[in-house]
Design a protein around this ligand. Sequence first.
Ligand SMILES: Cc1cc2nc3c(=O)[nH]c(=O)nc-3n(C[C@H](O)[C@H](O)[C@H](O)COP(=O)(O)OP(=O)(O)OC[C@H]3O[C@@H](n4cnc5c(N)ncnc54)[C@H](O)[C@@H]3O)c2cc1C
Length: 418
Amino acid sequence: MVQTQITPGASGVMSGKFSKEQLAWLDKAKSFAAAVPLSEVMASDKDNTFRRDLFVKACQEGFGALPFGPEYKTGLKDHARTGGDYVSFALINQEFARKVNPIMSSLGVHVLCQEPIYKFGNAEQKAKYLPPSATGEFLGAFGLTEPNAGSDTAAIETTARLVGDEYILNGTKTFITSGASADFYIVMARLLENKEDKKSDGEANPHKAASPAARSGQITAFVVERKFEGFEIGQKFDMLGMRGYSTCEIVMNDCKVPKANLLGAHGEGRKVALGSLAKGRVTIAAQCCGWAQGAFEAATNLLQRYYRDGAINSDANGHARTLGEMAVSIESARVLTFQAARLIDANEASITVAAMAKTVASDTAMKVATDAISLLGLEGLKPDLLIERIFRDAKAGQIYEGTNQIQRMLIARDLLKS
Ligand SMILES: Cc1cc2nc3c(=O)[nH]c(=O)nc-3n(C[C@H](O)[C@H](O)[C@H](O)COP(=O)(O)OP(=O)(O)OC[C@H]3O[C@@H](n4cnc5c(N)ncnc54)[C@H](O)[C@@H]3O)c2cc1C
């Protein structure tokens, strides 16, 4: 692979060695992000609305299925069909976050949903869900978290029971990114054994909530379509950060899921979920690096103008020190993030390195956004600089796909084990 050296910081977005192909994806992402007016970026946040049109446009450019090969991208034009890698996907996520692109998070989750279909899906499932996902006709969402099961994913209460040719799903998933706009959902549910159910209830009852017997059932993954009978969109969330991504509850009330939509084998749900989340955390780490860079650049640009205009002439050393610290943290987070992405591309994906990257990068984004506001004072709170938005989004970055506290525990557990 031809490597191209990028002068550290020269692009303002990254440092390190990247191939021509990876840089081509980055260039594409820069053009795409630059074409979205600031007014639209701010409106999606203010109105909390998802830009499906922009999502489809991004898919048509190849971003919606970037880490996957051309095989299932038959609906895309040649320029968008080429498969990229996770480093390229990290680069485009970093760029989209830097400009706070209104579809960034949905795009990340969309790839997170295709991942298990590539890995665990059968030929029919691949043929049905992957081509329309590549073009943006289908949007995917990931349903793991529940009102009583966040960090502790083993506590999920959504149940599935095989009745004839269908699984009957009951339960609620919460905080689902793209939830109100998606067409299909990767859903984790606890598989009820009919014989266990008879033991505890006397008869098979597809309506019942999770009993102690059900809680011992094996977690299993399904592809659930929005149009399936018994599927509903629940409460929509008007959140502090990560607005504009249709985040909501999804409710399955005797939802009829054809047998053909079982993903992987019975009891493989955790494997399906964890494999995808390990990659998803690298995507989030890249987004966090982009947020940090965006806040850093906005603060630096304004301070440079202040100095030029003579508006501030004191505390230049204090500013320089904070800016220096920001630059060091951002670069450190980036190095770890691209290390994690390169491991994925080398087929050596590491859950621990992904957790480290997500933790460091989201903490960095939070700190850099906080410090940028402190440096600028009131100016830093104005929405058009995007720093206050990054500040709000970065807080969510420390929580989603596993809180940073939990990531630290997982890292420690892994190290103690070895
Ligand atoms: C913007 C956003 C988008 C999201 N999108 C999705 C999505 O698309 N799909 C999806 O399935 N989920 C999604 N989530 C949910 C997310 O993954 C959960 O919020 C996350 O896993 C944490 O769960 P919780 O919020 O229930 O926190 P809890 O698990 O209730 O944790 C609360 C606090 O307790 C701490 N804690 C919990 N357990 C322990 C422990 N054993 N030891 C020490 N501390 C502990 C946590 O670190 C945290 O500080 C999203 C969340 C957000 C904020």
